[in-house]
Design a protein around this ligand. Structure first.
Ligand SMILES: Cc1cc2nc3c(=O)[nH]c(=O)nc-3n(C[C@H](O)[C@H](O)[C@H](O)COP(=O)(O)OP(=O)(O)OC[C@H]3O[C@@H](n4cnc5c(N)ncnc54)[C@H](O)[C@@H]3O)c2cc1C
Length: 348
C-alpha cells in the first residue's frame, strides 16, 4: 500500500486532473523562470517521462524555490503554442476545467499545476483468478477482488497510464467467471446467529449523541498530514509524524458522531463509515512506507534515494491483528514473480 501514484498535472490547489494527453499533444511544464525543467531531469523524453519521474521533478522545482505563484507552490503547464482549434478538438476537458475552476485560459495563459494523488498500486492481494490471497499465497475461499481495490500484481510499483482499465477488464472478467463457478459448486456455510448485529451496533454508535468528534474535521486533518508527510517524497521523520497523527486520529474517530440521524440516503453516515476505512488505509500506507527503506516507482524516500533490489524486490503484505485501539499491523513480504522482462533501473 506504500505505492500511491501521483499524477503530475492536477490543477494547483484543487487536484482536478488535467489529462496526460496534454503533454502528448506537446504541452510543456515550466517553472517560475519559464524554464522547461524536464529537460534537466529526463533529457531524452522530457515532459513525456513516466508519472513518478515528472511528479517528483515538479515537487523538486517547488522545494528548490522555483515554484510559481504568490506562494511559489506550483509549476506551470504551457500549451499556448498549440493552436486553439487543436486544443478545443483534442483537449476540451482541460480547456473547460482551467477556465471554470481557475479562471485561466490555456490558449493565452499558463495553467498552474501540481501533482495530485491518483491511483493505488497496492490493494487486496489476488491471484489471476481474482481469488484473494493471504499468508504464503493461501486462497481465502469464496472471496474475490478485482479492479483498483485489488492487487493482482501486474503493475509493479508504478502503473502506466491506460493500464488500469485493461487490468479491470481482464481481471474483472476472470474474477467474475471464477466467482460464478465457485458459487455453482459450493454450498452456503451456516451463518452465525444474528450476523448483522456487529454492523447494526457500529451504525447505532455513530448515530448516537455520545460522540463529540466531527467527521469533516478528522478527515481534513487526515488529508493534511498525509499530504504533508506521506506524499510524493517521504522520509523516516515525515512518515513517523504521519503515523503519530493517524493513530491519534483513529483514537478520536472512536468518538465520532454524525448530525444527520436519518435512515434513508444518509450521506453523513456514509462519510463517517468511509472515514474509518480511510484511517485504516492511511495507517497501512504509512507503516509500509516506513518499512520500505528504498526508492522505487510511486514510493520516493529522500533518505533512501536508491532502489535496493537486494532487500526490497518484494511485495509488502500487511495484516491487521487484533481489534479496536489495540489492533496492530503486522508486515510480511512476498517475492516478486519475474517473467520475460527483467526489472531494471529506468533511465531517460
Ligand atoms: C481522473 C482520473 C482519470 C483516470 N484516467 C484513467 C485512464 O485514462 N486510463 C486508465 O487506465 N485509468 C485511469 N484512471 C484510473 C481508473 O479510472 C481507475 O483505476 C478505475 O476507474 C477504477 O475502477 P474500479 O471499478 O476498480 O473502481 P471504481 O470505478 O472506483 O468503482 C468502485 C465502485 O464501487 C462503489 N462502491 C464503493 N463502496 C461501496 C459499497 N460499500 N457498496 C457498494 N458499492 C460501493 C463506488 O461507488 C464505485 O461505483 C483514472 C482515474 C482518475 C481518478
Amino acid at each position: 500500500m506504500e505505492f500511491h501514484q501521483f499524477h503530475p498535472t492536477g490543477l494547483a490547489g484543487l487536484g482536478i486532473l488535467i489529462t496526460e494527453g496534454v503533454r502528448g499533444e506537446g504541452g510543456i511544464l515550466r517553472n517560475a523562470d519559464g524554464e522547461r525543467f524536464m529537460e534537466r531531469y529526463a533529457p531524452t523524453i522530457k515532459d513525456l517521462a513516466p508519472r513518478d519521474i515528472v511528479a517528483r521533478s515538479m515537487v523538486l522545482e517547488v522545494l528548490e524555490g522555483r515554484g510559481a505563484g504568490p506562494n511559489k507552490d506550483y509549476v506551470l503547464l504551457d500549451v499556448t503554442h498549440i493552436p486553439e482549434e487543436t486544443l478545443m478538438a483534442k483537449l476540451p476537458d482541460i480547456m473547460e476545467f482551467s477556465r471554470t475552476y481557475l479562471g485561466v485560459d490555456p490558449v493565452t495563459e499558463l495553467v498552474p499545476v501540481y501533482p495530485t494523488c491518483h491511483y493505488v498500486m497496492g490493494g487486496i492481494p489476488t491471484n489471476i483468478h481474482g481469488e484473494v490471497l493471504r499468508d504464503n499465497d493461501h486462497v481465502v475461499p469464496g472471496l474475490y477482488a478485482a479492479g483498483e481495490c485489488a492487487c493482482v500484481s501486474v503493475h509493479g510499483a508504478n502503473r502506466l497510464g491506460t493500464n488500469s482499465l485493461l487490468d479491470i477488464n481482464v481481471f474483472g472478467r476472470r474474477s467474475g467467471i471464477a466467482a460464478a463457478e465457485y458459487a455453482n459448486t459450493h454450498d452456503f456455510v451456516p451463518l452465525p446467529e444474528n450476523p448483522a448485529t456487529m454492523v447494526e451496533e457500529w451504525v447505532a454508535a455513530m448515530l448516537s449523541d455520545h460522540g463529540n468528534e466531527n467527521v469533516m474535521t478528522i478527515r481534513t486533518e487526515l488529508q493534511q498530514t498525509m499530504n504533508d508527510n506521506a506524499a510524493v517524497f517521504r522520509t523516516e521523520e515525515t512518515l513517523s509524524r504521519a503515523l503519530t497523527d493517524v493513530r491519534a486520529l483513529k483514537k478520536r474517530y472512536e468518538h465520532v458522531t454524525v448530525t444527520d440521524k436519518g435512515k434513508r440516503f444518509n450521506s453523513d453516515l456514509l462519510e463517517a463509515i468511509e472515514l474509518g476505512f480511510l484511517l485504516e488505509l492511511a495507517e497501512v500506507t504509512v507503516v509500509g512506507a516506513l518499512n520500505r527503506k528504498e526508492t522505487r516507482g510511486g514510493h520516493a524516500r529522500e533518505d533512501y534515494p536508491n532502489r535496493d533490489d537486494e532487500n526490497f524486490m518484494v511485495h509488502t503484505m500487511a495484516y491487521k491483528e487484533g481489534e479496536g485501539t489495540g489492533a496492530e499491523i503486522r508486515l510480511d513480504t512476498k517475492p516478486v514473480v519475474q517473467t520475460r522482462y527483467e526489472p531494471m533501473e529506468r533511465k531517460y
